[in-house]
Design a protein around this ligand. Structure first.
Ligand code: C5P
Length: 283
């Protein structure tokens, strides 16, 4: 079976506080885009669980979130593990704030459930995903959604009006646990207007959503990283983006465009800045 795993963007990301379990309470508006990985799942006649990807540094065993998803799925169904080859053709940048690994895991959950004729409801499947990672429940659902709590409390939202997205993943990576640890010690100077963004979504007002986008992790970045992120944001805005923000714990920065031509021009200009550059559409 072949399945697609879409990347996600955070239109807003707010950290509300640290929880006793070590995680943080979040409030974020999530959006899927058509930048995606392709997964192929094949039964291998009982030869174990194997993962193969086009990126040599990713784990090819049970440490891979895609494999963990398969194990959690069988566990939830009370079934023994099976022989399965999972081949992942990665296009979503790794450690980029776009939930690439979580999206692969969600795609495995959806695929295994589809093969078995959907014995688990989407809500149950998202609960199984929660055990694999905080972003997996959203990735099971996809589209436009509000994610709260650890990320697992999901409210589907009116879809963001279709638009173009220009993205740049600067040439460095950021450790998610390290940035979560840093955010506990910085004073946040700016918070996203989540309520305003929700009202703009309700009204189908793309520009209203875009101008309210903000991610509190931008404030927690070390200075030289923040400068690089701001350079990309500025270039996107100068190229006609309706708004620009960092996604997740970064470092990917994206801009939303209502004009394909402006988005394409932004992409060309981003290429001069370096890093991995993409053009995508919202899903
Ligand atoms: O759940 P997941 O494994 O994706 O989370 C990775 C790390 O991100 C956690 O170990 C934790 O440090 C941090 N995190 C957090 N609060 C969340 C989600 C993730 O502190 N809501």
């Amino acid at each position: 079976m072949e399945v697609q795993a879409c990347a996600k963007l955070n239109l807003t990301l707010d950290v509300l506080g640290k929880r006793p379990d070590g995680y943080h309470d979040l409030r974020m508006i999530m959006q899927s885009i058509d930048l995606s990985d392709r997964l192929t799942l094949e039964e291998n006649g009982g030869a174990g669980l194997r993962v193969r990807t086009n990126l040599h540094f990713l784990p090819n065993n049970e440490k891979n979130l895609a494999a963990q998803a398969a194990l959690r799925y069988w566990e939830a169904r009370g079934l023994p593990s099976r022989g399965l080859n999972i081949t992942i053709d990665k296009h979503i940048p790794v450690c980029a704030g776009m939930a690439g690994g979580s999206s692969d895991a969600a795609a495995v959950l959806r695929a295994l459930n589809a093969v078995e004729r959907e014995p688990l409801s989407p809500v149950r499947l998202a609960e199984v995903g929660e055990r694999v990672g905080s972003d997996v429940p959203y990735c099971v659902l996809g589209g436009t959604a509000l994610a709260e709590g650890r990320g697992e409390i999901l409210t589907p939202l009116p879809p963001l009006p279709q638009c173009w997205v220009a993205l740049c993943k600067p040439e460095f990576s950021i450790s998610t646990p390290a940035l979560f640890a840093r955010i506990d010690s910085v004073r946040l100077r700016c918070r996203p207007d989540t309520q305003g963004a929700l009202a703009a979504l309700e009204a189908g007002d793309l520009a209203g959503v875009a101008r309210r986008m903000y991610n509190v992790f931008e404030d927690a970045l070390p200075d030289h990283r923040r400068t690089r992120v701001n350079d990309v944001k500025n270039l996107l805005i100068q190229s006609g983006a309706l708004g620009a923000s960092m996604s997740g714990t970064g470092p990917t920065v994206f801009g939303l465009f209502d004009s394909e031509e402006c988005a394409r021009q932004a992409r060309e200009r981003l290429l001069d800045l370096g890093g991995e550059v993409f053009l995508a559409r919202t899903v």
